[in-house]
Design a protein around this ligand. Sequence first.
Ligand code: ADP
Ligand code: MG
Length: 311
Amino acid sequence: LRAQRLESLGTLAGGIAHDLNNVFAPIVMTASALAYDEPDPERAEDLALLQRSAERGADMVKQLLSFARGADGVRVPVELKHVVIDVQQILRDTFPKNITLQVHVAPREWTVEGDRTQLNQLLTNLCVNARDAMPNGGTLTIAVEHVQLDEAYAEMNLEAKPGPYVLLRVEDTGVGMAPEVLEHIFEPFFTTKEVGKGTGLGLSTVHALVRQHHGFVHVYSEQGKGARFKVYLPAQRTVGEGAATRAPEPPPRGNGELVLVVDDEAPIRTVATRTLERHGYRVMVAANGAEAVAVYAQHREEIAVVLTDMT
Ligand code: ADP
Ligand code: MG
């Protein structure tokens, strides 16, 4: 039954993911185009936030697609710092003001082999729980540290192997947990929250994601004394330190070449046209295959490239 349910969920997810992609593409492209020549720093910041959020949305769609296809995310070197910065921004905007946010990130960070969207979700789930545990406010601490686990540690912790780990620590000063709650928190659908408030899926997802990253989680909590979650992820030391300082390369510029853009979605055509023109290309558009063939027949000598999606 579970396999069947997952399969139909996959079909559903795949279906909406394609449409959502068409929703996010113009937002991402327009936001970056607007930010490009925005002189007002405050507005530029707003646009950057808009762009980051839309990119995150687009990432989630990719995630949905990979879930639909049964893949388990893309593994690339990730600096947890960037995940923390993303989540921090969202927390600042959405968490109640009586929760003080403290962030400590080790200055030179090792990378973990991982999927940024999944790590984002992992950290978000932990932070949302911390918020729920502090209805009267408190302090939420997020820290990224380096630890070198030795043989002795690995011997006492079955899931650990000796070597370098990035430690993501999420700590709150909330209500804490009794031992009999602590025992069950990673089980799917286990929740102590009232109906409609909790799903009991937050920590089981965290657990699954940590396992997929070959890491492990430790929890420390006492009733009335807050909670501390420590997520250990295996790290690479070499990669990333150079990559962190490298600025992104500016996108290439055209030289008046003519591009034929074919897409059935008007917003995609508009934003593709603007983006290409801004970067030095000329553009013609067509809304479907027949139109495209007609335009191409008239301008075949001039058209340098045709930009179209598969369908
Ligand atoms: P949900 O948040 O939907 O209840 P989770 O899987 O995220 O589901 O968490 C399961 C349970 O673990 C929560 O209902 C709560 O009892 C407990 N819990 C999780 N995080 C904390 C925390 N930071 N402080 C206190 N209790 C927590
Ligand atoms: Mg939760």
